[in-house]
Each structure stands twice: as C-alpha cells, then as structure tokens.
Design a protein. Structure first.
Length: 178
C-alpha cells in the first residue's frame, strides 16, 4: 500500500485519539518534535530501519529518544516499528498537522522577505491572506531571501502571492519581451 495512504490512516487515528482526549495542542507539539528529530537526524531513521539491529534495541532507542512524549505517541512509534513502517513518520507528522490545522481553520504559510518580519507584520499578513484562502488565520514561517530586493513573497499550500520587487521586475521584463 502507498506510504501516503498509510500515513493518512495513522494520522487520522492519532488525530481522533487526540481529539477524544482533548490533547490536540500537546500532540501537535510532540509530533512537531518527532518530525524535527527525523528531519534533522537522517541517520536516526537509518538505524531504525537497519535489518541487523534487533527490534528490542530499536524500541529502547525510541523510548530513550522520545522519553518526554506522551504514552500514546510513543506507542504509535512502537507500532510503526512493529509493522516495519517507521519510514512513514515524516508523512504521518505532515498529515496530522494538516488535520489539526483544518480543524482549527489555520493554514501554514511561508513568507519570503529581505529581513526578518516583526510580530505585527506577521499578524497583518495573517489577517489579510487568511481571508483570501478561507481560513481563520495563518501560521507563518519567515524565510529571509535577499534576492527579493524588497517586498514579500507568500506561499500558502500551492498558491504563491508575489509582491516582491524582483517578482515585479520579472513580470515587467516578460511584458516588454512578449
């Protein structure tokens, strides 16, 4: 079965448990930590999928690494190990976060700017663009990109809003050439 489909199923189950126990915030924080560990430590996944390492050692490694996590999330990771599906953790985390965002009416957005945005600027962008995509608010991740010259470029899902100076110059150049 496709990894994405399997990840969606696990994420949905975890989401339902979190909702029942009213622990969405805690689970979201914890799953972001797990996602970060797997993203930043690519060797960790290699160790967990290595065929010569026993299942017990892999489980103890998970318990040690994620000792601060809730029992439910630890058990989910153990289940993934048992079923040889630990490689879907990244997709599971993405799907879970998407479900939580959908339930809250929040969208993830990446804002590219020449300098770091202030909280007021982030809030203003969130208010303006959340309405455009039909969400209550945006969770903004700011990326500094000096090549923009000025202004901002915003990415929400597969939509891009380009208000940067370099974007405007590119559009002007295409008009002049075309």
């Amino acid at each position: 079965m496709n990894k994405e489909v399997v990840a969606k199923r696990y994420a949905l189950a975890l989401f339902q448990i979190a909702k029942e126990q009213q622990l969405l915030d805690q689970f979201e924080e914890e799953i972001r930590v797990v996602q970060q560990v797997f993203a930043e430590q690519s060797e960790f996944l290699s160790v967990l999928t290595h065929p010569k390492l026993s299942l017990e050692k892999k489980k103890s490694l998970i318990k040690e690494t994620f000792a601060a996590l809730s029992t439910t999330l630890q058990n989910t990771l153990m289940l993934l190990l048992d079923r040889h599906r630990i490689d879907i953790v990244a997709q599971l985390a993405e799907e879970f976060i998407a479900l939580v965002n959908e339930a809250r009416g929040v969208a993830e957005a990446t804002v590219y700017s020449v300098r770091a945005l202030t909280e007021d600027e982030k809030q203003a962008l969130s208010q303006v663009f959340a309405a455009k995509v039909g969400k209550a608010s945006l969770r903004i991740h700011n990326v500094i990109d000096p090549s923009l010259i000025g202004g901002v470029k915003l990415r929400i899902g597969n939509r891009i809003y380009d208000g940067s100076v370099s974007g405007k110059l590119e559009r002007l150049q295409r008009q002049l050439i075309g």
